[in-house]
Write a protein that binds this ligand. Structure first.
Ligand SMILES: Cc1ncc(COP(=O)(O)O)c(C=O)c1O
Length: 504
């Protein structure tokens, strides 16, 4: 069939990769983000409020204003605009360079714009982007075999985002519970733990214990989450805590026959990089086996070499019944997520019972195959394990009184800022620390940004440091040096010299 009226021209981006830029009525006159010769994004900027006039680059301030004005306020970003990135480095529209210590919440483990992954994206995009699962495509089967082989599971259920993978696992576990465990229809329970984070969809927030995630979104899905009935407990209900094996023991003792699955993050990411006691996951696995309950490990943040192993559960030699992957499964290049399980579980779902138009699309599969190859061939697990030690040792060596704790595994780490101590010390020096003058971990992140390091609080006073695993050791140590300087700044800077959210 003849191509449509759309024509394409070739252009070279900053990495030398050839891209095809569509030249049609849609792109012209609208905001677009072509890669130009020096790798900078440009947008067309007009005078009448629309970006349809002469070409000019928008400043960080202008871009942030556009987001605030025209996009939902469902995030509270740090005031920095990513325009270009490579490896562990990021540049804003003004050309300022930063060391990325967040990796898009562990999605760019392989480094920003990894040339091999980007090349796979471009090559596949020029060939076939979407077949839908109404038909087969020439990449999905290859991806399915590869991801199964790498992680040691029979089958994959492909999805797009992390939350979708979790939702899919909830459905799969319920189906398994009815078909294989003979739980009476409508009674299956899926247990999780307090302070979990598995995404933002309704089914997923039904399991959350975070009021910000839940309030105003009621009613929730029944029979999922960390609360379970216990007549002996106060109020007749108990909360299953992370890292407390006795809680799961009690829940399964009381409700085991109706429990289809237990869902857990091997390390709680959004809760503040909470590492459970050694042996916890192994004991969880044994309890699940004893009660014929599926163990689902959400490795969306912890997986894919981040903690020094391909999966964090491998630190305890645990093989879950279901593994959830997302984020770095594409190296940050495309949304790809996956549910992994063996046939006896996966085949509980039959044609027509679950799906997604984009799940398993050729672009996602091509990108993901290369993203996995990069993880393995560059041995990023070993690199994460080694650099993680370097990071924790160097931060501890700062000997800052404002560092309450340094914890983590591999390159998934948290530095807990002792805000109380900082404010008490300042108060003792006669300084005002009330209201906006209080020194916080958030302000610490603004100071880091000012000095060229990007990190964010994950939970109150906990700052997560999770750089791309390809980060150079020298850059990691430079980041630690800046962390040290900013800790001093947090205590000693004059109020008038503190960075504000408006400064870019
Ligand atoms: C452990 C975990 N599960 C699930 C998700 C949700 O992933 P997504 O934002 O792609 O839906 C996240 C995201 O941060 C996560 O950390």
């Amino acid at each position: 069939m003849a191509p449509s009226a759309t024509t394409a021209t070739s252009a070279t981006n900053g990495n030398g990769a050839v891209t095809k830029l569509a030249k049609n009525g849609y792109a012209n006159g609208h905001t677009n983000g072509h890669a130009n010769g020096n790798g900078h994004a440009t947008v067309t900027k007009g005078t009448n409020g629309h970006r349809n006039g002469k070409e000019a680059k928008l400043s960080s301030t202008e871009l942030i204003h556009l987001e605030n004005e025209y996009a939902a306020h469902n995030y509270h970003p740090l005031p920095v605009v990513f325009d270009r990135a490579l490896g562990a480095k990021v540049w804003d529209p003004e050309g300022r360079e930063y060391i990325d210590m967040l990796s898009a919440y562990s999605a760019v483990n392989q480094g920003h714009c990894h040339p091999r992954i980007v090349a796979s994206l471009v090559a596949q995009a020029q060939k076939l982007t979407l077949s839908s699962r109404a038909f087969h495509n020439s990449v999905f089967g290859v991806f399915a075999e590869k991801v199964g082989q790498v992680f040691g599971y029979d089958m994959v259920l492909p999805m797009n985002t992390g939350a979708e993978a979790v939702e899919s696992a909830l459905k799969l576990a319920r189906k398994w519970g009815y078909l294989r465990k003979n739980i009476p229809t409508g009674e299956a329970i899926i247990l999780s733990v307090a302070d979990n984070f598995h995404g933002r969809t309704l089914g997923v927030i039904s399991m959350s214990t975070d009021p910000t995630a839940r309030t105003g979104f009621e009613p929730f899905l029944p029979n999922v989450g960390p609360r379970f009935r216990d007549e002996k407990a106060e109020g007749g209900e108990r909360l299953l805590r992370f890292g407390e094996i006795a809680d799961l023991e009690r829940a399964l003792e009381l409700h085991g026959p109706r429990v289809a699955a237990f869902l857990v993050e091997p390390i709680q990411g959004e809760a503040g990089i909470v590492v459970p006691p050694a042996g916890y996951l192994r004991a969880v696995h044994a309890l699940c086996k004893k009660h014929n309950v599926l163990l689902i490990c959400d490795e969306i943040q912890t997986g894919l070499a981040r903690t020094g192993r391909l999966l964090a559960c491998q630190h305890e030699n645990v093989r879950p019944d279901i593994v959830l992957l997302g984020k770095a499964l594409s190296g940050g290049v495309y949304p790809v997520s996956a549910v992994l399980a063996d046939k006896d579980v996966m085949l509980c779902i039959q044609p027509g019972e679950h799906g997604s138009t984009y799940g398993g699309n050729p672009l996602a599969c091509a990108v993901s195959i290369t993203a996995l190859q990069v993880l393995l061939e560059e041995d990023l697990s070993a690199r994460a394990a080694r650099l993680g030690e370097v990071f924790r040792t160097a931060v501890k060596a700062l000997n800052s009184p404002l560092v309450q704790t340094v914890r983590g595994l591999g390159l998934l780490n948290a530095v807990v800022i002792d805000e109380e101590r900082c404010n008490a010390a300042r108060r003792a020096r006669g300084l005002d620390v009330e209201g906006a003058k209080r020194r916080t971990a958030w302000q610490f992140c603004l100071l880091l940004k000012e000095r060229g390091v990007l990190a964010k609080t994950t939970h109150g006073n906990v700052v997560r440091f999770a750089p791309p695993l390809v980060i150079e050791e020298a850059d990691l140590l430079k980041a630690v040096k800046i962390i040290g300087e900013c800790l001093v700044d947090l205590d000693t800077r004059e109020d008038r010299d503190m960075p504000t959210e408006e400064e870019h």
